[in-house]
Design a protein around this ligand. Structure first.
Ligand SMILES: C[S@@+](CC[C@H](N)C(=O)[O-])C[C@H]1O[C@@H](n2cnc3c(N)ncnc32)[C@H](O)[C@@H]1O
Length: 198
């Protein structure tokens, strides 16, 4: 059965979203960035960026060019108020987006279970990456904690569960990614690389 559309769910939460930014969240992001080992100068895309929790982390990692995307007008408004110098598009990432150039890294952080068509997200992301570029799907919690968190939240996100490691790896493979890694430990980390000659 198909899940209900998100509607204004994230718009409603945007004004108080940053109240949930605990030191633990930033520690988890630190561990994820360490595992990703971004080199300076990368062109990065932050998908489902919300109010921009990752933006300072990408700056600290020396990202050369940063673009964010979010579907929620209110999240985008909060993002722009906090980071007026950063580029954010108000767009549905499940629909094709015409970006001016390719990206070296695409990060979907704390957002993947909210997509309704996972296969489309992988296929489109592959087309937005440069050869050798990497897709990261990561969460500050592990699968068990995250799925419980969504069940407790209820409403339109109650069934937004993080699919199994095997299904995630299968999506990476089907879309053409290689060097796939999926780890569900303290946080959830996954990555895949677009082949250098693709
Ligand atoms: C749980 S929030 C996480 C926000 C941010 N990454 C963070 O960690 O604070 C999920 C975000 O994904 C966005 N989102 C959900 N579906 C989306 C879609 N189809 N296209 C773009 N963004 C989407 C929501 O608007 C929301 O801001």
């Amino acid at each position: 059965m198909s899940r209900p559309p998100l509607g204004g769910f994230f718009d409603g939460h945007a004004p108080t979203w940053d109240d949930c930014q605990t030191p633990g969240l930033h520690e988890a992001i630190g561990r994820i960035f360490a595992a990703a080992s971004f080199r300076p100068g990368l062109r990065v895309l932050d998908v489902g960026a919300g109010t921009g929790v990752l933006y300072p982390h990408f700056q600290a990692a020396g990202a050369g060019d940063y673009t964010a995307v979010d579907i929620s007008p209110e999240m985008v408004r909060q993002f722009r108020a906090k980071h007026p110098e950063a580029r954010i598009l108000e767009s549905d990432y499940e629909q094709p987006i015409s970006f001016p150039g390719l990206f070296d890294a695409v990060m979907i952080f704390n957002a993947f279970p909210h997509f309704r068509n996972e296969e489309t997200v992988f296929r489109l992301t592959h087309s937005y990456l440069s050869p050798g570029g990497r897709l990261f799907i990561c969460h500050s919690m592990n699968r068990e904690a995250l799925n419980e968190h969504h069940r407790n939240a209820g409403g339109v996100v109650s069934e937004d569960i993080l699919i199994s490691d095997e299904r995630i790896a299968g999506h990476y493979r089907k879309a053409g990614f290689v060097s796939i890694k999926v780890e569900n430990a303290d946080c959830f980390f996954s990555e895949g690389t677009k082949p250098p000659h693709a």
